[in-house]
Write a protein that binds this ligand. Structure first.
Ligand code: ADP
Ligand code: MG
Length: 279
């Protein structure tokens, strides 16, 4: 999956390393002879240790953008740089840890074997991969479900197994596509808090897609807002809230100001953004 030159993280002399740069990226789909433009001229960066949230109406190309970064779909124009180097689509495969929006677990593998999959794919022997995965089940609220089959787990639990699998992949850039979408409100807040704690400890670069304005402001250093299709960058909002962040920050005036600005950028204050929520 990887070439040797990609297996080591580069030594960096600069203080901040741009893990990801999208430079005027466009994407199209051709269906039954019609070309649909999903993304147009999207530029953004994610630096090492930075959590960037991507938000936009449904159909604005958020999942397409992550597929492009992960090397699963080619852009029709523009450049994608990883660690400052221009990459071809194929070269990006396996270089990021990607939790897709509809990340299915393999039904014939137990929860722990599903979680261990990313490690196994990257060459960790099965026994060791299992051991590493098992050790983190309690942290993900999955203790006791190690040997359960996916069909025996709730939607929220399956999502947490998929999330654990992604985190275990230990890539310097984490791509998360609505990772908490299937969770109820309480589990959602619990996983957001868990993600914040992990991230504040490990400081990996994260590009997080969400349709939840509050989630974006609570978690991110920067929020990138996409327009309705074709997705273009409508607004970039730096979130200057202090870290580590406590949950009660969601009621602070600074939080509410960011929230209002983002709702406005999304057109929600005018009531026309589809599929974006502010609870
Ligand atoms: P989002 O994740 O923001 O909801 P997507 O990236 O899934 O948006 O989709 C962007 C647009 O591209 C949508 O109009 C969608 O219907 C279209 N699209 C996505 N995937 C495909 C595909 N495989 N074939 C054709 N059209 C697609
Ligand atoms: Mg999507």
């Amino acid at each position: 999956m990887q070439t040797a030159s990609h297996t080591q993280s580069p030594t960096h002399d600069t203080v901040t390393l741009q893990r990801l740069t999208l430079d005027r990226v466009s994407a199209t789909y051709v269906e039954r002879g019609t070309t649909l433009v999903a993304l147009q001229d999207v530029s953004l960066t994610v630096q090492d240790g930075e959590l960037v949230a991507l938000i936009g109406p449904s159909g604005s190309g958020k999942s397409t953008l992550l597929d492009i970064v992960a090397g699963l779909y080619p852009p029709s124009a523009g450049r994608v740089l990883l660690d400052g180097e221009v990459t071809e689509t194929q070269e990006r495969l396996g270089r990021t840890a990607y939790m897709r929006q509809r990340d299915l677990l393999l039904p014939w593998r137990s929860a722990v074997d599903n979680a261990a999959l990313a490690l196994e794919v990257h060459g960790t022997p099965r026994r060791q991969a299992r051991k590493l995965a098992r050790a983190r089940f309690p942290e993900f609220g999955l203790a006791g479900f190690e040997n359960a089959w996916p069909a025996q787990l709730s939607g929220g639990m399956r999502q947490r197994v998929a999330f654990l699998r992604t985190v275990l992949a230990e890539r310097p850039l984490l791509l998360l596509d609505e990772p908490f979408g299937a969770l109820d409100a309480l589990n959602r807040v619990a996983m957001q808090t868990w993600l914040l704690e992990m991230w504040e400890r490990e400081r990996r670069a994260v590009l997080l897609v969400t349709h939840d304005v509050d989630e974006a402001v609570y978690l991110a250093d920067r929020v990138v807002v996409l327009t309705a299709r074709p997705g273009r960058v409508a607004h970039v909002e730096p979130i200057a809230l202090p870290r580590p962040r406590q949950r009660d920050i969601v009621t602070s005036p600074a939080f509410l100001k960011h929230r209002a600005t983002l709702l406005d950028a999304l057109g929600l204050l005018r009531g026309n953004a589809d599929g974006v929520s502010a609870r």
